[in-house]
Every structure is written in structure tokens, then in C-alpha cells.
Design a protein around this ligand. Structure first.
Ligand code: MRU
Ligand code: ZN
Length: 199
């Protein structure tokens, strides 16, 4: 399947960038109303093939095979249920995202950057807000927090988990990748500005 092949290539590339260290990260593709391909839990993400993906329904039940879906499957499914246009979800432990999530408390407003156009804005004058949630191993709890937030803020493009990493989604693999690259770049800019201004 073309989109899954494309996603596998993207994952390898993200691993080589150092954004998926030590088996971290997870990725999914929405296939139809009630089927999602998601990366397996605990596997090295730089060496995945299409056959490694688990197929689950929107409740997280395995649709076939014996694969162990990502431990964070519930977060992916929450995004698909709250953002109907999302067809691909990416989660990485990229350095800038992880560092900035520790420095800022509950959200990062990104303003004035030309690259905000990656999120569908027409000009650099708009604002994109990235919320930060406390990290937790309690996925139902985190999923509830995320669901409530997305209900209140339906235009959200992604979020950070504190000291953990970033989640982003798109209408197809290429859009999710573009937005992930844009976010990581913008986080790097914000971190550099914080260093220069001594904040
Ligand atoms: C290897 S530590 C990272 C994990 O705890 C988790 O945050 C992660 O990103 C990968 O979990 P996974 O179950 O493989 O999808
Ligand atoms: Zn993670």
C-alpha cells in the first residue's frame, strides 16, 4: 500500500535525524472509518517494515494478527476521533521538542514566523498555539485530557508531552511530515531566542 510504504520511508528518515532514539516514537495511518495501521510497541523504529504494523479498530482492538500495537495507541485514536480530517499521526522524541517542553509551562504560542504557513495560515501574522500536557503513563487519563482540549480547541495542530516529545497530524503522510519539520524548526528558533535573550 502506497501510503504505508511512504510512511515507512519517512520513519527511517526521522530515525536517521535522531528524532526516534532507543525505540521511541510511534506512527499511524487511518485507512478507513474504523481501521488504523499503527507501529508496534517497543520495536526499533529505524528498522520497521510495512509488515510490522498492527491493524486496530477505533477502540484499539486488534483487527488481525498477534502484533502488539504502540503503548500510546489511545492517543492516536483520540486524535482520529476528534479530528476527522487527520489521516496520519506522528509522535517523535526530537531534541528541540523535548527540551522546550521542559522549559515552558502549559503552552507555546508561535507568532510572526513565515513557516506558520505550514499549518494552513495565509500569512506570518497569525498564531499557532502548541499545548503542553504533563507526561503520564496512564493513557486513558492522558487521552481524556487530550479529548477535552481538542473539544475546546478544534484548530489544534499538535501537542507536546512534558519531557517526552511531540505529536502532530496531517491529512496525509506528507502534510504530517511537513508540519513536524516546521514545528521542530520553530521550537529550535524559540530555544535560540531564549538563549540570546537570557530568558
Ligand atoms: C523507549 S521509551 C518511549 C516510549 O515509552 C514511548 O514514549 C514511545 O514513544 C514509544 O512507545 P511504543 O510503545 O514503542 O509506541
Ligand atoms: Zn513517546
Amino acid at each position: 500500500m502506497e501510503a504505508l510504504r511512504e510512511l515507512v520511508e519517512v520513519i527511517r528518515d526521522l530515525y536517521l535525524r535522531g528524532w526516534l532514539p532507543a525505540t521511541s516514537g510511534n506512527f499511524s495511518l487511518r485507512m478507513d472509518e474504523d481501521s488504523v495501521f499503527i507501529t508496534p510497541s517497543g520495536k526499533h523504529k529505524g528498522k520497521l517494515t510495512e509488515r510490522d504494523f498492527a491493524l486496530v479498530d477505533l477502540e484499539g482492538n486488534l483487527k488481525d494478527g498477534q502484533k502488539k500495537p504502540s503503548a500510546e495507541t489511545l492517543l492516536h485514536l483520540t486524535i482520529y476521533s476528534m479530528v476527522p480530517s487527520a489521516k496520519c499521526v506522528m509522535h517523535v522524541h526530537s531534541p528541540n521538542a523535548t527540551v522546550i517542553s521542559r522549559l515552558v509551562n502549559d503552552k507555546i504560542p508561535l507568532k510572526g514566523y513565515e513557516l506558520l504557513k505550514a499549518f494552513g495560515l495565509d500569512t506570518h501574522e497569525g498564531e499557532v498555539v502548541i499545548p503542553i500536557f504533563e507526561n503520564s503513563q496512564d493513557m486513558p487519563f492522558l487521552a481524556r485530557k487530550l479529548k477535552d482540549y481538542l473539544f475546546e480547541h478544534p484548530d489544534t495542530v499538535g501537542f507536546l508531552l512534558k519531557s517526552h516529545g511531540v505529536y502532530i497530524w496531517g491529512e496525509q503522510v506528507s502534510q504530517a511530515l511537513m508540519r513536524l519539520e516546521a514545528l521542530e524548526f520553530l521550537f529550535e528558533c524559540e530555544l535560540k531566542l531564549a538563549i540570546i535573550s537570557g530568558k
